[in-house]
Design a protein around this ligand. Structure first.
Ligand code: SF4
Length: 375
């Protein structure tokens, strides 16, 4: 079984914090889809025996492709791969373009989960971020999703922005509590070099909240979402219904195939990454070559560490028994130093798993490093 990710790198506007591979040149969409379909064909034989576990259309802004193209893409996916009815099928949408979609027709073709970039309930923050949607767009989308019977709806939110304080967080929490969202991804802002906001922070024109305030914001969000009935299952993810099975596949180091510009794949002990230039992507596929920029083979040790680091993100923690069986190790002996150092404030043991405490999540990078240095 594999999960399928498809990258659709088009957005109607570029957000000021975004360093994802995407373009605002909508004139490229049809050529891109044509080439993407060929990439699917190139992968069909190799993956034809694999059932698809989950599908995720990300970007960019998949909703900016418009109804007709999306329907064609959904049909192409079904024609190319083994897609059973009812598997988790997610599409990212921006409220601005999502409001023009016929979700019922997409649900008929398999869509059953939507991830909406909401980011904030405050217009001045949306403007600062360079988002092009407004609150009304969010409500229109939610209304249409309800009519289409799509109940799994994630809202992406962001915190820890320049000059943000706890009152801003409170305002966003008050805003989201009235929205019918089954799932929330609440990310801490990371200033990326080469973006207007990231450069503003790195050059000192914008001031980020101090670490103590940033952590106070994270704890306020965790407490408030718990009170609203959202269960945290990963550092930044909370759900009232189901966790996102597609993202769980990444964190549990399961196999996935990524198609499209700059998409990443993981299959057995192989990892590969597609090229990130449109021209190169088009040229390689026109030459009937897979558009792979680089691929690596992981050793058993790499995979073990990857599993530990990623499972530390999950509330269920490190699955010790599973790792001992798969990698033939005595976990407590191999990682004695990391466990001795972190059991207590940053790590707790529950049954056969070790998981981060709330404080441990604040210093997760340091805990990860301790596991790295054991091997
Ligand atoms: S909509 Fe998403 S992918 Fe597009 S520019 Fe904004 S953050 Fe980046």
């Amino acid at each position: 079984m594999i999960s399928l990710y498809i990258h659709l790198p088009f957005c109607h506007g570029k957000c000021r914090y975004c360093d994802f591979v995407s373009t605002t040149n909508m004139g490229l969409i049809d050529d891109y889809l044509q080439v993407l379909f060929k990439e699917m064909d190139l992968n069909q034989e190799k993956f034809s025996k694999e059932k698809i576990r989950t599908i995720y259309l990300g970007g960019g802004t998949p909703s900016s492709l418009g109804q007709k193209r999306l329907e064609k893409l959904f049909e192409k996916i079904r024609d190319t791969f083994q897609v059973e009815d009812g598997i988790e099928w997610t599409m990212e949408i921006n409220p601005e373009s999502g409001k023009n979609l016929d979700f019922e027709a997409l649900a008929y073709r398999g869509l059953n989960r939507v991830s909406m970039g909401i980011q904030s309930g405050q217009d001045q923050i949306l403007k600062f971020l360079g988002r092009i949607h407004c609150q009304e767009d969010v409500l229109t989308c939610l209304n249409q999703l309800e009519k289409a019977g799509i109940q799994e709806i994630n809202g992406d939110f962001i915190f820890g922005l320049p000059n943000q304080d706890l009152q801003d967080i409170e305002k966003d929490l008050n805003y989201l509590k009235n929205l019918p969202l089954s799932h929330l991804s609440y990310y801490s802002f990371i200033p990326e070099e080469g973006t207007p906001l990231g450069d503003g922070v790195l050059e000192g024109r914008y001031l980020l909240p101090e670490e103590e305030l940033d952590r106070a914001m994270a704890h306020k969000i965790e407490d408030a979402l718990k009170d609203l009935g959202y269960k945290q299952y990963e550092v930044s993810n909370f759900t009232k219904k189901n966790p996102c099975r597609h993202n769980l596949a990444y964190w549990e180091v399961k196999d996935y195939l990524g198609l499209g510009l700059n998409a990443h794949s993981s299959y057995g002990n192989k990892r590969w990454e597609n090229v990130s230039s449109f021209q190169e992507y088009f040229n390689r596929i026109k030459d009937r070559k897979r558009p792979i920029l680089q691929s690596t083979s992981l050793t058993n040790q790499d995979r073990l560490l990857e599993k530990i680091i990623l499972s530390l993100r999950l509330n269920r923690g490190i699955p010790v028994k599973e790792l001992e069986k798969d990698y033939k190790i005595d976990f407590s002996k191999t990682f004695k130093e990391a466990l001795d150092k972190n059991l207590g404030r940053s790590l707790v043991q529950e049954e056969n798993n070790y998981r981060l405490t709330s404080y441990g999540r604040d210093i997760a990078n340091r805990v990860e490093l301790d596991f790295y240095t054991c091997l």
